[in-house]
Design a protein around this ligand. Structure first.
Ligand SMILES: [Fe+2]
Length: 293
């Protein structure tokens, strides 16, 4: 069995990647240096995590509490998980070939500054905001500040690539029980000169927003991955349970195009990508790499 051409492998996740990219000027970003993590656990633990909206309220509790303190009555950062993540306006969609995304964009207000309004508190953001309003006027300032905000979507390309907020994350398996999880930052580029003198400030601010999750959130996830890996070595129970949402009428829906959608807290995506992993592991793969002439 040969590997699919990339565009076929991406399939229905490709337009979601296009949307992620096209919100940036010229439909481009520059990849920056990275936050690099190494954890003592299997690579699949990171892929299982990347679309999961269920663990947020308890795994990231300290980050949530910090953001809630700063957010007041507003839902900022991950604070929109604080009430009932089961019934929030966000969803998971499995698009086939192990690929899926968690779409939190229905939480956004569709206006300049809608994305910026959701951004969690960061050092210096108030003074940048005031300065941008003074320099560019309100509407233009908020449209520019949206470029520094994190896109609220997690896009996961099987087996080891994710677009999380503005980050590009790659998992590198080292062994069955060791993985590198690398979070590359991204900056906007302004080839057409649309942003003028704002581009440097936008990227400075975008760096601040991108420092937040890897430093205050990913550390929680990595701790959990290592705990899960140790738990998996227990001999008492060989099964891993990923049946959240399974069998509840009306929760997991297969759409006319074959994609599957469910609340962002269901484990439907895990069941589907594990099926794909199992199918591939049972196949006789042709691993020869051919270059185009
Ligand atoms: Fe997490």
């Amino acid at each position: 069995m040969d590997a699919l051409p990339l565009t076929e492998h991406l399939g229905r996740i490709a337009p979601v990647i296009d949307e992620w990219l096209d919100r940036n000027p010229g439909g481009k970003v520059v990849v920056c240096e990275a936050n690099r993590f190494k954890y003592k656990g299997n690579w699949k633990l990171a892929y299982d995590n990347s679309c999961d909206g269920y663990h947020v309220a308890y795994s990231h509790r300290s980050l949530l509490e910090t953001e809630n303190r700063m957010a007041g009555d507003n839902a900022k950062g991950m604070a929109y998980y604080r009430d009932s993540p089961d019934t929030l306006a966000m969803y998971m969609r499995y698009t086939g070939n192990g690929n899926h995304y968690k779409d939190k964009r229905p939480n956004l207000e569709k206006r300049p500054g809608g994305l910026w309004a959701l951004e969690a508190a960061q050092p210096g953001m108030e003074s940048y905001e005031a300065d941008f309003i003074r320099r560019y006027g309100r509407d233009r300032a908020f449209a520019l500040l949206d470029l520094a905000g994190s896109e609220p979507v997690n896009i996961n390309v099987f087996p080891n690539f994710s677009l999380l907020g503005n980050h590009i994350q790659v998992f590198e398996p080292i062994s069955v029980g060791e993985t590198n999880a690398i979070w590359y930052g991204t900056m906007v580029v302004d080839a057409a000169g649309e942003l003028g003198d704002a581009v440097t400030d936008i990227n400075a601010l975008r760096m601040r927003t991108q420092e937040a999750f890897p430093n205050f959130g990913e550390v929680d996830d990595v701790a959990n991955f290592e705990q899960v890996q140790r738990g998996l070595m227990a001999v008492e129970d060989e099964w891993v349970y990923m049946h959240r949402g399974l069998g509840i009428p009306g929760r997991v829906k297969t759409l006319a195009d074959g994609t599957i959608t469910a609340p962002a807290t269901d484990e439907a995506f895990m069941r589907e990508h594990v099926k794909e992993w199992k199918r591939l592991m049972k196949s006789r793969l042709n691993l020869a790499i051919r270059r185009e002439p």
